[in-house]
Design a protein around this ligand. Structure first.
Ligand code: 13P
Length: 251
């Protein structure tokens, strides 16, 4: 079963709506030759500008978070329906920065995943171990646990609509990339966990990305590994020339 690559930029808290419009226009011209799936996950307030600027391009727009309730007294939050109404198709859920700084837990991640799927959004679910966990030798167990929790109640039909991003916390924004083998081993572990729950066929059809200091130099080798289906790119997705090179990694 051959999977395309899904290459997503996670802008985090960077760029204004005006900068977004310019950036996406510039990027669109550069990435229109690829057959892979290209996503930019932009700040909420940049979504309208990003959607407008990407209209005639291959670039898809994602949100970086959402709430699991439909509506109500949740000051500062955004619902799945609000994103869908704008035309958003993808949403990052459970990024380690949300888990670390904003009290995101496995429970809220699972609630958000179920809500996203029910609403028709495709969640990009982030998992990954800390340096301490890696050094203790519990990476596989921990990541399997995170995946099992996030996918609690997700049917085999819904599995088609999810993307998993393996992002070791120690590799995020540090310039320390996991080696190709380290990254691939964990992505393989995740796929084996999916095989146990959903069967080989469904697991082989699921996209599993790697994220953590992906750059113009390491993208090609990482994306060439057997179980890595593209990347979730932070810092290097903020410059058109770098993201262009990552998207066109095989040229
Ligand atoms: P960096 O590529 O900046 O390490 O960030 C990775 C990330 O957190 C993507 O979600």
């Amino acid at each position: 079963m051959s999977r395309k690559k899904i290459i997503a930029g996670n802008w985090k808290m960077n760029k204004t709506p005006s900068e977004t419009a310019v950036f996406i226009k510039e990027l669109s011209d550069k990435v229109n030759q690829t057959n892979d799936i290209i996503i930019c996950a932009v700040p909420y307030v940049c979504i309208p500008a990003a959607l407008k600027a990407s209209k005639r391009s291959r670039i898809k727009i994602a949100a970086q978070n959402m709430h699991y309730e439909d509506n109500g007294a949740y000051t500062g939050e955004i619902s799945a329906n609000m994103l869908l109404d704008l035309g958003v198709k993808y949403v990052i859920i459970g990024h380690s920065e949300r888990r670390q700084y904003f009290n995101e837990t496995d429970i809220t991640v699972n609630k958000k995943v179920l809500k996203a799927l029910k609403s028709g959004l495709k969640p990009i679910i982030c998992v990954g171990e800390s340096l301490e966990q890696r050094e203790m030798g519990v990476t596989s167990d921990y990541v399997r646990y995170q995946v099992a929790y996030a996918l609690n109640g997700v049917s085999v039909e819904d599995l088609k609509n999810i993307i998993i991003a393996y992002e070791p916390i120690w590799a995020i924004g540090t310039g320390k990339t996991a080696s190709n083998e380290q990254a691939n081993d964990v992505c393989k572990t995740i796929r084996e966990a999916l095989v146990e729950k959903y069967g080989r066929r469904a697991a082989n059809a699921t996209y599993i990305q790697y994220g953590g200091s992906v750059n113009t130099k390491n993208a090609k080798d990482l994306f060439g590994m057997s179980d890595i289906d593209g990347g979730l790119v932070g810092g290097a997705s903020l410059k058109t020339e770098d993201f262009d090179k990552i998207v066109n990694y095989n040229k």
